[in-house]
Design a protein around this ligand. Structure first.
Ligand SMILES: Cc1cc2nc3c(=O)[nH]c(=O)nc-3n(C[C@H](O)[C@H](O)[C@H](O)COP(=O)(O)OP(=O)(O)OC[C@H]3O[C@@H](n4cnc5c(N)ncnc54)[C@H](O)[C@@H]3O)c2cc1C
Length: 341
């Protein structure tokens, strides 16, 4: 039995996936289910990418990137239903409105909004279970050696040779890793991704604002949410996440975290009209690559000849749903090309 397994493994394609966000993990899981040997390389210390959950040294948890996700396509809906049944995801029924100069207005459309429980990263953790992962590993160079791709990290430590290379990093980072195939790299390099400064803060008492999330207009902020109002966050203190607009984030990209936290808290009190309170905790995080301005129309890119491909929310459609479907589409294309069990 063991011999048979070793033989299957030795003949199955070796695939490297760069990035452990939802697109890369979806792709990796699908390929493993189709008999391929997959290694995932991730530069941060955990899974999730822009869907990760941030833990402060004091033990506070924040969804500091993705706030919730919606479902438009039937193909995605089936997976989300399964995640809900498995207790990985729940609906966030909080009141979401529009905030403009202290005035609260209802949001026109009100789709079902889903969040990971007990934190946004739950889906990615689930997808990553049993995958062969290497964390704190930033891939710095990829070299095409004819029939294989040889990878090394940023300190030139070799990471191995692979039959197929799949990149799920945000487009500007992906383009740099795909330079060996200039046609693809140029296409990827066309996609611009807007930045976003996020501020995470905790208060001692509940703010009587009458909503759980708001799209903010005419402000440096674009979005604020009561992080602690999301389902299955037991005993969470009153915590808020503030997102700056892409214009403000771009203009203040190189500001210090302290400057950004101070400026965005000022905006928060100005936008809500609530008297200023002292924060129990405050931290800022810069997402240099937050949201694609204009995703490519293709849901994935794959060069059959050199066996290099890319996926992510900048392919096909933005947001979590687009990233998931992109990862799935790339994996299907790889299976069709390499054809395994
Ligand atoms: C502030 C913010 C708010 C958002 N709000 C929402 C929302 O409310 N709803 C919604 O649907 N979507 C939202 N999004 C978008 C959503 O988060 C993304 O569409 C989705 O998570 C993208 O997944 P991905 O796998 O394509 O990319 P990522 O999650 O970015 O994953 C790419 C991974 O690649 C890794 N990586 C990059 N370069 C390397 C390298 N050289 N070596 C190794 N690893 C590397 C990165 O560390 C990262 O983990 C938001 C995003 C941000 C930043």
């Amino acid at each position: 039995m063991k011999v048979a397994r070793i033989m299957v493994e030795s003949h199955s394609p070796k695939v490297a996936v760069i990035g452990a966000g939802i697109s890369g993990l979806t792709c990796a899981r699908f390929l493993v289910e189709h008999g391929m040997q997959v290694s995932v390389f991730e530069k941060s210390r955990g899974v999730g990418g822009r869907m990760s959950t941030r833990r402060s040294p004091q033990g506070y948890h924040f969804d500091h990137g993705t706030q919730y996700f919606t479902v438009r396509e039937e193909r995605f809906s089936r997976y989300v239903d399964a995640w809900v049944s498995a207790g990985l995801v729940d609906r966030w029924a909080g009141r979401i409105c529009v905030l403009q100069r202290g005035e609260v207005a209802e949001k026109g459309e009100n789709p079902a909004r889903f969040v990971g429980v007990p934190g946004m990263s739950s889906v990615c953790k689930h997808l990553a279970a049993d995958l062969q992962m290497k964390f704190r590993c930033e891939v710095g160079s990829v070299c095409n050696e004819g029939t294989s791709w040889r990878l090394a990290d940023v300190e030139s430590t070799p990471l191995g040779a692979f039959d197929t290379l799949l990149v799920s990093a945000p487009a500007p980072q992906a383009a740099a890793l795909m330079e060996a195939v200039p046609g693809l790299a140029n296409r990827v390099g066309q996609v611009e991704i807007s930045p976003c400064w996020a501020v995470m803060t905790v208060f001692r008492c509940t703010l009587p604002l009458g909503f759980e999330g708001a799209f903010v207009h005419e402000s440096a902020l674009s979005w604020i949410s009561r992080n602690s109002s999301k389902p299955k966050r037991p005993d969470a203190p009153e915590s808020w996440v503030l997102h700056a607009s892409s214009v403000w984030s771009h203009e203040h990209l190189e500001d210090s975290r302290e400057e950004v936290a101070g400026a965005l808290l000022d905006e928060f009190w100005g936008a809500t009209g609530h008297p200023r309170l002292e924060s129990e905790h405050v931290a800022a995080h810069r997402w240099r690559y937050a949201q694609p301005r204009e995703p490519l129309p293709e849901s994935y890119l794959f060069d059959q000849e050199s066996r290099i491909g890319a996926c992510g929310d900048w392919c096909g459609g933005p947001r979590v749903e687009g990233a998931f479907l992109s990862g799935l589409a790339l994996a299907s294309a790889v299976v069709d090309t390499l054809g395994t069990n």
